[in-house]
Design a protein around this ligand. Structure first.
Ligand code: IPM
Ligand code: MG
Length: 374
């Protein structure tokens, strides 16, 4: 068989798989109400590099914050071991099957950063977990109150360039093609999540950010479906923006304060949320929620910082990002007072973390939070 036939056959398989996925979305089970669970099981995953340090100390903060709920059996904090680069490489699986099964026994997950092997074919553990748990909404808030910035990004988390990453086609010595996939139910559910959030939080504007002038099929459909969903939210303005000009607007101090909620396809969302986090003070300061109908995963948005470990600075790692993620998790499971208490403790903490010996250690910082929560 020649290279073109091979590629065409591969494309047929991909199409069939994606049509089946769209069908599963359409027939999905009703969403679980995370605010009404009698017992919430929180799975805690350490990750790699600085992951065990920031996750371990943050867990102590959660244990202090939730001591009554834990004692009453309403909250269970459960460590899920083994999502390490060594174990994943040994098993040849981005998320080993027993770990995935353990994740599915929990309601929500709090996850430290995991390393993605360079090269090779192994997928990132994040991308695998997002797909396997169908965590379609990547929600990333960015706030700079003194500048009037209060943004919430709804990044589609299971489609676009990511869903078939690594499964493109190659015609040897000639060309290669990757695929970008947008399904109608996939657009509908992320649009619904963004507009529902806007409605519940008194927001009046949702920016739909695409490159629909070029990516006519995929982004064109994304925008179209967002506008269709917007019709159910009469008080909320739905505005189209192109991703290139939006990246410029976000660094325009006069223009950026007007934005409230953003809804956007996967790759644009990945890129622009790093830009936004930097405006807030760096990726280390931002939390991230990956929300689906049955599960939700809350994670630090930075990487595993292997260099900090190599240079012996691991103990000085900053837990702010994972603690902000924990704050989002507490809101998701209907403990807003606990989330507020954690946020207040962090905002008022006099200790500064610099990542080096001139700053506090992760342990000292978390001890200070625990003391102020008592
Ligand atoms: C993120 C990260 C991930 C992504 C990586 C680690 C796969 O950049 O959560 O934004 O691209 O989604
Ligand atoms: Mg990213």
């Amino acid at each position: 068989m020649n290279a073109i036939d091979n590629a065409v056959n591969q494309f047929r398989t991909l199409l069939e798989e994606q049509i089946a996925r769209a069908g599963r979305m359409q027939n999905a089970a009703p969403a679980k109400d995370f605010t009404k669970l009698p017992v919430v099981t929180i799975g805690v995953i350490d990750g790699d590099g600085i992951g065990p340090i920031i996750t371990g100390h943050s867990t102590r903060v959660l244990e202090a914050l939730l001591k009554d709920e834990i004692a009453a059996g309403k909250i269970v904090l459960r460590r899920i071991e083994g999502l390490t680069i060594e174990n994943r490489l040994a098993k040849g699986q981005a998320v080993p099957a027993d770990i995935l099964a353990a994740c599915k026994q929990c309601d929500v997950l709090l996850k430290g950063p995991t390393e993605t092997p360079k090269g090779g074919t192994m997928e990132s553990a994040n991308v695998t977990l997002r797909r396997e748990l169908d965590l379609f909404a990547n929600v990333r808030p960015v706030r700079v109150p003194e500048e009037g910035i209060d943004w919430t990004f709804f990044r589609e988390n299971t489609e676009g360039e990511y869903v078939l990453g690594g499964r493109g086609v190659t015609i040897p010595d000639t060309l290669c093609m990757d695929f970008k996939v947008t399904t109608l139910p996939g657009c509908r559910r992320i649009a619904r999540a963004a507009f529902e959030f806007a409605r519940k939080n008194g927001k009046t504007n949702v920016a739909i950010v695409t490159k629909a002038n070029i990516m006519k099929k995929t982004d064109g459909t994304f925008s179209e479906i967002c506008h269709e969903v917007a019709k159910d939210y009469p008080g909320i303005e739905a505005e189209d923006w192109y991703i290139d000009i939006m990246t410029a607007k976000l660094i325009n101090k006069e223009a950026r304060g007007r934005f409230q909620v953003f809804v956007l396809p996967n790759l644009y969302g990945d890129i622009i949320t790093d830009e936004a986090a930097q405006i807030q003070g760096g990726v280390g300061t931002a939390g991230s929620a990956n929300v689906g109908d049955q599960y939700a995963m809350f994670e630090a948005i930075h990487g595993s910082a292997p260099r900090m470990i190599e240079t012996g600075r691991g103990d000085y790692a900053n837990p702010a990002s994972i603690l902000r993620a924990a704050e989002m998790m507490l809101r998701h499971i209907a403990l807003p007072e606990k989330a507020d208490a954690l946020a207040r403790a962090m905002d008022a903490c006099p200790l500064a973390i610099t990542g080096g010996k001139d700053g506090a250690t992760c342990a000292e910082y978390c001890d200070a939070l625990i003391a102020s929560l008592a």
